[in-house]
Design a binder for this molecule. Structure first.
Ligand code: A3P
Length: 308
């Protein structure tokens, strides 16, 4: 497979059009051979740093609303996010279900009540046939490439602070991103695969944009809830948005810097400022022009456009 160095001693391999780390390739093969989709599975899908944490939190809160019932006295009992980081509530199946030495994926999956809420960063190409052929729902979230890159760069800087990896200059991150040689990249190809698949199967795939969620959260959350088969009352929409809000999650003890995910990532790393257009603080005019042009060329004729 074509190989490329990514940030010091990490290597990515290009497989069926996308750059993956070796352990991801192993997981993909494992998933393809063993994963059995249930028709009511809900798979959240995203390129890294495009709003995964928010989407996970929203879906957990939506499902909780429904399980409480009308005359709920549940309080904290139905507030899973107050006890666990969103990534521990909704596991990323190629890294936290498969690809682990210390547990059996089938035990985790068979023990999950329906509807199973799972997440993946994998491109559509690498999803298992069992899922593609099932009637399960896929919710894809995307974000404009410039903010996605800036968010990833900040995230990487936080990770490198706790390791012996060297600094990760923004310019280097930018060049790798533009060439597409990025974990799970190229970013726009990742988006387009799900976009085309959504056009073929709109009843099974929902497309969300981070920017639209920021701009019109109520409408977007209603759409999301109805899509996953759990339409919300007006008051529940407010509750879901509050429970999943960046300000609230950031402030919860479970997401403060001391708490660490199983992948050795501090829970707090997933919460930064969450604004649209932060790229303006990092991009030169030249960088913007160049990446916009790469994106425009890729999107040509697709009917899809990013918001920023
Ligand atoms: P920024 O780095 O731009 O702040 P992911 O969850 O895919 O890793 O993406 C992380 C990005 O989503 C970060 O963006 C983070 O701040 C933002 N984010 C995390 N939780 C959020 C929430 N509840 N609401 C809005 N944005 C959120």
């Amino acid at each position: 497979l074509p190989k490329q160095q990514f940030w010091e001693n990490n290597y990515l391999y290009k497989w069926k059009g996308f750059w993956l780390f070796p352990d991801m390739i192993k997981s993909v093969l494992d998933i393809q051979s063993h994963f059995k989709a249930r028709s009511d599975d809900i798979m959240l899908a995203s390129f890294p740093k495009t709003g995964t944490t928010w989407l996970k939190a929203l879906c957990v809160s939506i499902l909780e609303c429904q399980s409480k019932g009308d005359d709920d006295q549940g309080g904290d009992q139905t507030d899973e996010l107050s006890k666990k980081n969103p990534h521990s509530c909704v596991l990323t199946f190629e890294s936290e279900v498969y690809g682990k030495d210390d547990c059996n994926p089938e035990d985790i999956l068979s023990g999950m009540p329906s509807p199973r809420l799972l997440h993946t960063h994998l491109p559509y190409t690498h999803l298992p046939d069992s899922m593609k052929k099932s009637n399960c729902k896929i919710v894809y979230i995307t974000r404009n490439p410039k903010d996605t890159l800036v968010s990833f760069w900040h995230f990487a800087a936080k990770l490198s602070a706790g390791s012996n990896r060297g600094p990760y200059p923004f310019e280097k991150a930018y060049n790798e991103f533009c060439k597409g040689g990025y974990p799970l990249g190229p970013h726009t190809d990742h988006v387009l695969e799900y976009w085309y698949e959504k056009s073929k199967r709109p009843e099974n795939i929902l497309f969300l944009k981070y920017e639209e969620l920021k701009k019109d959260p109520k409408e977007q959350v209603k759409k999301l809830a109805s899509f996953i088969g759990r339409p919300l009352k007006e008051v529940e929409v407010e509750e879901v948005l509050w429970k999943s809000s960046l300000d609230r999650l950031k402030d919860l003890e479970v997401n403060k810097p001391g708490a660490v995910l199983t992948l050795n990532i501090p829970n707090s790393s997933f919460f930064r400022n969450g604004v649209v257009g932060d790229w303006k603080n990092h991009f030169t005019e030249e960088m913007k022009k160049n990446l916009d042009e790469i994106t425009r060329t890729k999107l040509e004729g697709s009917g899809f456009d990013f918001d920023v």
